[in-house]
Design a protein around this ligand. Structure first.
Ligand code: HEC
Length: 289
């Protein structure tokens, strides 16, 4: 009996040892991904200061989800995720960020997902913002800089074992990794679809993936936008403005996104998005990861 207990003890000890080693390996691999440094571009963005540009920036920031979305209703920051096993993630207070970073630094974080020291951000959809035109990025930054400081949840990112496992195995990617594997969207088939392609690339791609084929994250699952083939121009406009889909069912994140953000799209922008998405060809096959 004593001997049996001894063997059980040794077995449990060995298992515990293996678990500790596995966790240490996952931690080290994920940390290596997070600490990877990339060359930081020195793009100069012209940030206008006039009222018209700031107003245009507010509309663009809202449509593209910098404002009234992930970073909180007034850009004061918001808790995106808080689950011990996966992790805690707070989208930072942008009214504080704009006071901390220069224009070049801010532009690099938004458009290239790179902090001043060259490390990538995570979760921030820079793989979509990488396509933002200079003039639009300048207006968005002008608007963010015009906001008064406001109080929000303090910055805090604590990755749990599942998030680290995802990063270590490449299932979750940093913004820089996602940018590196972005493939260009199919070209617009006609001039009417040009601004729709730009919006799909810079806005819809946040949640539907840069190839618009939908994606599944711990927070939501979104469909392939070829689904728009089934919509008429009217039902698509209703979805964009009110979040009510073709079938009339109550959507989750998409409903909120439509009501708080996409509703600011103009009729012409919605028509162009429809023109682009209605006949969206198949994307090239996904690269194995
Ligand atoms: C903040 C994330 C987010 C953004 C940005 C976003 N979507 Fe979605 N979308 C979703 C999710 C998630 C769903 C799945 C339904 C749900 O959970 O709400 C969805 C569903 C849809 C659907 C399917 C509706 C149905 O028939 O069931 C369409 C079409 C769609 N989105 C179009 C768009 C277009 C076009 C854009 C850009 C202008 C866009 N979405 C931007 C998250 C987003």
């Amino acid at each position: 009996m004593k001997r049996l207990l001894r063997w059980v003890g040794i077995g449990l000890g060995a298992l515990l040892g293996l678990l500790v080693i596995a966790l240490a390996v996952i931690y080290a691999l994920s940390q290596r991904t997070l600490n990877q440094r990339y060359p930081v571009p020195q793009t100069t963005i012209d940030v206008p200061g006039d009222a018209a540009a700031i107003a245009a920036g507010q509309r663009l920031a809202t449509i593209s989800g910098c404002y009234a979305s992930c970073h909180g209703r007034r850009a004061e920051g918001a808790v995106l995720f808080d689950e011990p096993i996966i992790g805690r993630l707070v989208a930072p207070n942008l009214t504080a960020s704009v006071r901390k970073y220069s224009d070049v630094e801010l532009a690099n974080i938004i458009r290239h997902g790179l902090r001043p020291d060259g490390r990538s951000v995570i979760v921030m959809p820079s793989e979509a913002f990488v396509f933002l035109r200079d003039a639009d990025l300048g207006r968005i930054m002008a608007f963010l800089r015009s906001l008064p400081p406001s109080e929000g949840p303090g910055p805090s990112v604590a990755l749990g074992p599942l998030a680290r496992l995802g990063l270590a195995t490449g299932q979750y990617k940093t913004a820089a990794q996602l940018i590196a594997e972005t493939v260009p969207l199919p070209v617009a088939a006609n001039p009417d679809a040009l601004s729709g392609r730009y919006l799909a690339q810079t806005v819809c791609a946040h949640c539907h993936g840069t190839d618009l084929r939908g994606r599944t994250t711990p927070a939501y699952s979104s469909p392939n936008l070829q689904i728009v083939a089934a919509y008429s121009p009217e039902t698509f406009a209703r979805l964009m403005r009110t979040g009510v889909p073709l079938g009339g069912q109550k959507l989750g994140l998409m409903r909120e996104e439509a009501q708080l953000n996409l509703a600011l799209l103009t009729d012409a922008e919605i028509a162009s998005l429809y023109s682009y998405l209605h006949t969206l060809p198949d994307a090239p096959p996904r690269q194995p990861t």
